[in-house]
Design a protein. Structure first.
Length: 392
């Protein structure tokens, strides 16, 4: 299977935000060739030279190396009407390697999969995580990754993990209160234990990568709001993932949304609850999956719908200044559809549109993810594609 198995409309490149240094030139050129094959499908060496701006000699040398690595293959000559030697097509071997991807957003279970480079899921596994924190949670994650790697029918290119919390580009979890992880070098520890390259990023960021690369994103910018054991957001602007000064961009779950005086719109949410971060009244104390379930437990259908709308309205109030400041055309919700897609989403969109200028409110969309539960897994796979191949 080659990259043309992935529809072009569902493959979007991320813009690199880093400066390319001379000593990194070959790696950069290699990633340019791989990105073009991944996003555009099989091409001839001459096509690749024209598309990348590299010389034919450079492209030929890079393709030879990629052939030796088993990452690309020659697919035969292209039928052409013009006079001359037919061009030989080269394609990315998306079925030659696999990627192990794990999503830790769920408050009860961690979910993992083995995927081809095209994003096709080959195997799935999950493991209990409810109540596990600190070292016990790391051990459970290590065991799941080892199980998935062992189940892969193909050589594993690397492992991608989407985790809650503030995480550095090097895969160190600065803080993930719900997991009890602080200054944890998670990527390095898993790499040492498993003997495979491991890439770790915030789970909301990985969900944004998945939606942008494989989903129905418009390409004009988006926020993916992940609602699970906590609440986090991943933001892509102009093709680049937004990290922030302290790698904490998108931490909307810890914006104070409820306080003692709270009676916005005559719809009090009750006393502000303590949050795992040590503060009270954070958004995730009302919007996280456990908080929503507690709020609607035992209520009649009509009362449950009203309670969900109340939470949704508060979400819209929190989203409005962010959407306005960044002029985001769409916000994507990821989490249990039975809780989010209905009164909660509708009330959030109504509040969002009420609190933004017509030029923004007239076009902004608030929708559920198009990738269902595989969104963050696809994004975790993009972490590996980027880290190991330079493909984004």
């Amino acid at each position: 299977m080659t990259a043309d198995a992935v529809p072009a409309s569902r493959r979007r490149p991320l813009r690199s935000a880093g400066k390319v240094l001379p000593e990194h030139a070959r790696a950069h050129h290699r990633s340019m060739v791989l990105q073009h094959l991944f996003h555009s499908g099989p091409r001839s060496r001459a096509d690749l030279a024209r598309a990348t701006g590299l010389t034919r000699v450079t492209v030929s040398d890079l393709v030879s190396s990629l052939l030796a690595e088993g990452l690309v293959s020659e697919l035969g000559v292209r039928a052409e009407a013009r006079v001359g030697k037919p061009a030989t097509l080269v394609g990315l071997r998306t079925d030659a390697f696999s990627i192990v991807a794990v999503d830790l957003a769920d408050d009860e279970r961690m979910h993992g999969a083995v995927l081809e480079l095209s994003g096709t899921v080959l195997e799935r596994r999950s493991a209990q995580v409810q109540g596990l924190t600190g070292g016990a949670a790391v051990e459970a994650l290590t065991a799941l990754c080892r199980e998935l790697a062992g189940a892969s029918p193909l050589p594993v290119l690397g492992i991608g993990v989407g985790s809650p919390g503030v995480i550095t580009p090097g895969g160190c979890v600065v803080q993930a209160p719900n997991r009890g992880w602080y200054d944890l070098p998670l990527a390095a520890r898993l790499t040492e234990e498993l003997g495979l390259p491991v890439h770790v990023a915030n789970d909301a960021n990985t969900a944004a990568l998945g939606e942008f690369t494989y989903g129905d994103a418009t390409g004009g910018g988006l926020m993916v709001l992940t609602v699970g054991g906590g609440v986090g957001a991943g933001i892509v602007l102009e093709g680049a993932l937004v990290h922030g000064d302290s790698h904490a961009a998108g931490e909307l779950g810890h914006v104070t949304a409820v306080d003692e005086r709270d009676d916005v719109d005559g719809a009090p949410l009750g006393r502000p609850a303590p949050c795992a971060c040590g503060r009270t009244g954070c958004l995730e104390t009302v919007l996280s999956v456990p908080a929503i379930r507690r709020r609607i437990e035992g209520l009649a259908p009509g009362d449950a719908a009203a309670a969900l709308a109340q939470v949704g309205r508060r979400l819209g109030i929190v989203l409005a200044p962010v959407v306005s400041a960044l002029n985001l055309p769409e916000v994507v919700l990821r989490g249990p559809r039975e809780l989010l897609d209905g009164p909660l989403r509708e009330a959030a969109l109504a509040a969002l549109r009420e609190r933004t200028m017509p030029v923004i409110s007239g076009t902004v969309q608030l929708r559920m993810t198009s990738l269902d539960e595989d969104g963050a897994l696809s994004g975790a796979a993009v972490l590996v594609l980027s880290g190991q191949l330079g493909v984004t």
